[in-house]
Design a protein around this ligand. Sequence first.
Ligand SMILES: [Zn+2]
Length: 162
Amino acid sequence: MPQLLRVLILEDEPTDFELAVRELCREGFLPAVLRVENEADLRHGAADFVPKQNLARLGSSVRRALNLAAERARRRRAEEALEQREQQLREAATDRERLSRQLQATLAQLESVIPFCAGCQKIRDDRGVWNHVKSCVQNGSLAALGHSLCPECAQRLCASTG
Ligand SMILES: [Zn+2]
């Protein structure tokens, strides 16, 4: 099965052009050929260039150029995939940082809510001891109060309603 090939040949001699086309066919290519006579016309969409040295080496030169182009395309795809992966990792890191900040803010909020007895206005400290509100205000540990009942007031309330 011949390999399809779009070729732009810079050749001012029609016979040399025909020879080049025949050589490409002999090398197993099915060339879609366009002949141009001056170098300026080569700029029209040629992706790769194979300098003409020796007609016998035309096939291998074309094959080498095709392999290099394929290799470049493979490398470009690999680089794009890598770049995409790096972008995903950067986004994941940003998400992690955002979640961590949210978590810290939530923890700070929870820490600032101090159990406060609605009955006697005592406050439970982080060791579970109920202290008078005055001592907490004095040592500056008072941030926000969460309403609660200390065990004594809870007992008193139960006794009075029971
Ligand atoms: Zn109390």
